[in-house]
Ligand binder design. Structure first.
Ligand SMILES: NC(=O)c1ccc[n+]([C@@H]2O[C@H](COP(=O)([O-])OP(=O)(O)OC[C@H]3O[C@@H](n4cnc5c(N)ncnc54)[C@H](O)[C@@H]3O)[C@@H](O)[C@H]2O)c1
Ligand SMILES: O=c1ccn([C@@H]2O[C@H](COP(=O)(O)OP(=O)(O)O[C@H]3O[C@H](CO)[C@@H](O)[C@H](O)[C@H]3O)[C@@H](O)[C@H]2O)c(=O)[nH]1
Length: 441
């Protein structure tokens, strides 16, 4: 089929490439000329494992194209996806101006000669946005244009997006238009995954409800971790014990510094706002947020307690990305921690396998911060090591080397990555989340 994706960011580029990979002809549109230029040169603007090769292969096969022209995209695509940002506003509500603009642009490019078109929203949007998209396209399109509107929320995780797209747990298709549904079934035919068809409002709600539930699991285990700390129990054992119940499951029960990234913080805020707007306030989610934001402060207090003050302290920071296997630093807890320590006068030397260029470009860190590619060099002469992102490289660190390089063998592990037995063998003083502290003696 001929597919167009408007918005070639994390979601647009990875999903467009995966649609091409299963045999569709895909045109990816973006209004950022720099991004399209990079892609046309054969480079990709983000780090996502496996994506660069897939882009190259599908461009070479003639199935994947990039352009800045929405007109060209609309001409090429029987199915037109919208994958533009839906950022939060100050009150938590969603800024839908990017969606509205694209809906208008699509409408103005459509002609009756194009025949029937399906307009699919893949961005994460508040329930009832589909209605607005339909009204807007209807209002701005020339008379005689035929189209259907679909909500097809995206559930990919950064860092494993290609696999999530090619082998999804489920595909959710929401539409009240039978013809649009036929197109969508054909589009997803090459995928071996259950397809759930719903009305458009339910599909939109599924996305916010799913992200909120995952965030709730994280805050739940973090609250349990704090109880474990007070009681001298081990949250890792507790999570294992809870997670062995198939009804609960072990995933998303990793205690730590809490959730960050471009999705959970904004989507939980949005769902709180949506529920209030609909007159059904979702107080539970406010508590999820509170627990999450307190996690980083609790961790900082733990560090302050040992270092006394940050001023004139050199801190080695392992992690800048909001999670492992990505270069994305949007709403990264690691970056928040770094800024708070810098504000209190620490000098920070940070490392991350992929996040250094993005942190330099986007995170606006101010103060005495330097970066190094070498995770061990970051430790030289530092007063403490802080682990803030769950990269496997950090989990597999040579802890004797860590102890040798630090000025004082103090380690604060915000992601519970290190094995307590290895920590003891390396004679480190060690503090993590919801697990007993380990003394260096
Ligand atoms: N990042 C994720 O892991 C993820 C996963 C699932 C859903 N989502 C949702 O998908 C949506 C997009 O997220 P993202 O992370 O891909 O954002 P992004 O910022 O990485 O990409 C969005 C792209 O849209 C482009 N754009 C904006 N306005 C445009 C216009 N008028 N015409 C053409 N291009 C335009 C931007 O230049 C940018 O490249 C959001 O609603 C987000 O919540 C994101
Ligand atoms: O047990 C866990 C799992 C995750 N996290 C943190 O939670 C955040 C989000 O992680 P993850 O969900 O793996 O990454 P995202 O790429 O943000 O993916 C989420 O957000 C996307 C955008 O909406 C959805 O598509 C995905 O299904 C959803 O998992 C990160 O800061 C992680 O460090 C924890 O603290 N503990």
């Amino acid at each position: 089929m001929n597919i167009t994706i408007i918005g070639t960011g994390y979601v647009g580029l990875t999903s467009g490439t995966c649609f091409a990979e299963v045999g569709h002809n895909v045109t990816c549109v973006d209004n950022n000329p720099e991004k399209i230029e990079t892609l046309l040169k054969g480079e990709i603007p983000i780090y996502e494992p496996g994506l660069a090769d897939l882009v190259k292969q599908n461009v070479a096969a003639g199935r994947l194209k990039f352009t800045t022209s929405t007109e060209e995209g609309v001409k090429n695509g029987d199915i037109i996806f919208i994958a533009v940002p839906t950022p939060p506003q100050a009150d938590g509500s969603v800024d839908l101006s990017f969606i509205e603009k694209v809906a208008r642009e699509i409408a103005q490019c459509l002609t009756p000669e194009h025949g029937y078109r399906v307009i699919v929203d893949k961005s994460t949007v508040p329930v009832k946005t589909g209605d607005k998209v339909e009204q807007t396209v209807r209002r701005y399109a020339p008379e005689g244009v035929q189209f259907g509107v679909v909500s097809n929320p995206e559930f990919l995780r950064e860092g494993c997006a290609v696999d999530d797209l090619l082998n999804p747990d489920r595909i959710v298709i929401g539409s009240n238009d039978e013809k649009a549904l036929t197109y969508m079934h054909k589009l997803y035919e090459p995928f071996v995954a259950p397809v759930l068809v719903t009305d458009i409002n339910s599909a939109e709600l599924i996305k916010h409800a799913a992200n909120s539930f995952l965030a709730l699991k994280i805050s739940y285990i973090n609250a349990v971790a704090n109880i474990c700390e007070a009681a001298g129990a081990d949250v890792e054992k507790v999570a294992e014990g809870i997670g062995m119940d198939k009804r609960i499951g072990r995933q998303f029960l990793n205690a730590g510094l809490g959730y960050g990234g471009s999705c959970f913080p904004k989507d939980i805020k949005a769902f709180i706002n949506i529920s209030e707007t609909l007159g059904q306030p979702f107080g539970l989610l406010k508590e999820v947020e509170r627990i999450n934001f307190d996690q980083a402060d609790r961790f900082l207090n733990k560090i302050r307690e040992k270092l006394w003050v940050f001023r004139e302290k050199k801190i080695a920071l392992w992690g800048l990305a909001f999670k492992q296997n990505t270069d994305d630093v949007r709403e990264s807890v690691a970056v928040t921690l770094a800024q708070k320590m810098l504000d209190e006068g620490a000098s920070v030397i940070a490392t991350d396998p992929q996040g250094i260029p993005t942190a330099k470009k986007f995170s606006n860190l101010t103060g005495d911060i330097t970066f190094t590619e070498d995770m061990y060099a970051a430790l030289d002469g530092a007063d403490a090591l802080i682990i803030a992102t769950e990269w496997p490289q950090f989990a597999a660190a040579d802890l004797c080397e860590v102890a040798k390089r630090l000025r004082t063998p103090l380690v604060f592990d915000g992601r519970n990555l290190l094995d307590p037995e290895d920590v003891k063998a390396a004679k480190l003083e060690y503090y993590s989340i919801g697990r007993p502290a380990i003394d260096s003696n």
